[in-house]
Design a protein around this ligand. Structure first.
Ligand code: FES
Length: 124
């Protein structure tokens, strides 16, 4: 039912944890399943230099979180903003139809972290 990539990222998730000095934080949850995800980003010269995540959720949500951190790391803010739920699901070699909503969480939490970073910059 799950691709090898999903199983790999689920059993061996990358970039798990909190980031005390994050430049941007994005939190997203799904009220239907109750899963929640937080993404932390570190930004230097418009590039996402580090990403971490904390996810309380299903296996697909954990695999999506892990994948989104890998995809965003090293990208410019503009490039990372273009990561979508579809590109995330594709990078994981697909998700079962009933699990597609889990990839929304990953893309939305990342976009919120970028927004959070930008609004903090504006206030500076
Ligand atoms: Fe809700 Fe996976 S079941 S995020």
């Amino acid at each position: 039912m799950y691709s090898e990539k999903v199983m790999d990222h689920f059993t061996n998730p990358r970039n798990v944890g909190e980031m005390a000095d994050a430049d941007g934080i994005g939190a997203e949850g799904n009220p239907v399943c109750g899963d929640a995800m937080k993404i932390f980003i570190k930004v230097k010269d418009n590039i996402i230099t580090d990403v971490k995540f904390q996810t309380f959720g299903c296996g697909a949500a954990i695999a999506v979180s892990s994948m989104v951190t890998e995809m965003a790391k090293g990208k410019t803010l503009e490039e990372a903003s273009k990561i979508t739920k579809a590109s995330l699901a594709e990078a994981l070699d697909g998700l079962p139809p009933q699990k597609m909503h889990c990839s929304n969480l990953g893309a939305d939490a990342l976009h919120k972290a970028i927004e959070d970073y930008r609004s903090k910059q504006e206030k500076k």
